[in-house]
Write a protein that binds this ligand. Structure first.
Ligand code: ZN
Length: 133
């Protein structure tokens, strides 16, 4: 793993949370993107080398909607940048971690992503991401 790439926050309504985070971070949202595979709308902010990703559910039964129902809005996942996502997935499986997807999938912000089951990571949902060339 190279570094923390971004922190993902589950929010109910991007039209409320984008201006909120613009004020909080004192920086404009640089990208919004719909990720069909996850049924979410996303919005990104960057401060220095660090990014924040806001996630809003499109589907009332989607993973983000269910997360907010259970835990409320807030921190959803931590994403680590990796140089070779396949190699990192293989390494983590050998270490006993459970992956939520067995093949990397296309995520937001031009990334290949894979999530780890939070049961194996002290309750933290971990995302691996590799920049697509
Ligand atoms: Zn993410």
């Amino acid at each position: 793993m190279l570094k923390i790439e971004h922190i993902g926050m589950a929010v109910k309504d991007l039209s409320v949370s984008i201006p909120l985070f613009e004020k909080l971070l004192n920086t404009p949202c640089y990208k919004t993107e719909t990720v069909d595979s996850e049924n979410v709308n996303t919005a990104f902010f960057q401060k220095g080398d660090s990014k924040i990703e806001l996630l809003e559910s499109i589907d009332p039964d989607g993973v983000i909607a269910r997360f907010i129902e259970k835990k409320g809005e807030g921190m959803h996942h931590i994403a680590f940048e990796v140089a070779d996502i396949k190699a990192e997935m293989d390494r983590l499986v050998k270490e006993g971690f459970v992956l939520l997807n067995t093949e990397p999938k296309k995520g937001a912000d031009n990334k290949l992503v894979c999530f780890l089951h939070p049961k194996g990571t002290n309750g933290v949902l971990v995302e691996l991401c590799e920049e697509m060339k």
